[in-house]
Design a protein around this ligand. Structure first.
Ligand code: BJW
Length: 232
């Protein structure tokens, strides 16, 4: 009997989009070197100063629209993996940018939300949003004012689609972690979960991540070089 191809779970973080021109969070020039995460990435920060939080995400929406911000060879290689691998491939990204979609990935979970979506805190409906978000804008569905927030997952909130992710981790034969520092849970714990389920685990990152010792195999360098080479 032929063994079917093992299923693959790929986890990506900010490092995969660095060479597309987007900043990571914890590197020396990262997002958290310019703003305090408590101010812009917590529900308490949003409650204290929604205007500041909207301005932060509006600036990131602008950044995503910059001409040079396009998928790099690492995003393209993962889309090719999904198209060509004979088994299941699930891409779980912590990133809120849309570069994986633009590269052609379709089996994709944005566990920390999406920059180009907003959510109404009253009716909970999610809407596409490409412009700048104004505090007084009414919800396109229920028309309430002052109820829109970025559709992103802040510290202390529960990441999206965790059940689907956990099912995939428990069934995968290969887990690949790309461009993430391994400091934010629950994503930082996925490698342990995949290992416990018997998967081979591989890290592709510029430098050893916090969880590097948990991987069977580590390759260090820029994602635009490592990911296409790994997918080949
Ligand atoms: C390259 C490269 C190149 C660079 N090529 N590589 C104590 C108090 C409060 C909370 C907690 C606590 N202890 C634990 C928690 C939980 C907390 C947490 O983990 N805190 C830690 C900081 C301690 N987590 C949460 O609160 C999460 N929720 C949760 O746990 O709910 C409970 C629950 C879980 C599951 C089931 C049921 C209940 C929510 C976390 C939300 C994180 N949100 C953010 C913001 C999202 C919106 C936005 O983008 O603004 O998500 S924070 C930020 O960090 C963002 C990222 O997705 C996330 C991870 O960062 P990432 O991607 O790893 O980036 P960096 O910068 O850290 O690393 C980049 C890496 O790339 C580096 O290693 C570079 O070397 C590398 N690199 N160039 C390859 N060219």
């Amino acid at each position: 009997m032929t063994q079917s191809a093992p299923s693959i779970v790929v986890l990506t973080g900010a490092g995969i989009s660095r060479e597309s021109g987007l900043h990571t969070f914890r590197d020396a020039d990262g997002v958290w070197s310019r703003v305090r995460l408590e101010d812009v990435a917590t529900p308490e920060g949003f409650e204290r100063d929604p205007e500041r939080v909207h301005a932060f995400y509006n600036a990131r929406r602008q950044g995503l629209r910059d001409e040079g911000v396009v998928p790099n060879p690492a995003h393209l290689a993962l889309a090719r993996l999904e198209r060509e691998w004979p088994g299941e491939v699930l891409l779980v990204t912590q990133n809120i940018d849309d570069l994986h979609e633009r590269a052609g990935s379709t089996r994709l979970i944005h566990m920390h939300g999406e920059l180009l979506k907003i959510r109404c805190t009253l009716c909970q409906r999610i809407h596409a949003w490409e412009g700048d978000l104004d505090l007084d804008e009414p919800c396109p569905a229920c028309q309430a004012r002052g109820t829109l927030r970025p559709h992103v997952v802040w510290f202390g909130e529960i990441p999206l689609e965790m059940e689907r992710i956990e099912t995939a981790l428990n069934a995968c034969g290969l887990f690949v972690s790309i461009g993430t520092s391994g400091t934010v849970y629950p994503a930082a714990g996925f490698v342990r979960q995949a290992r416990d389920a018997g998967a081979r685990t591989v890290e592709l990152n510029l430098e050893p991540s916090h969880g590097a010792s948990l991987f069977d195999e580590c390759h260090h360098g820029p994602a635009s070089r490592l990911v296409p080479a790994f997918v080949e």
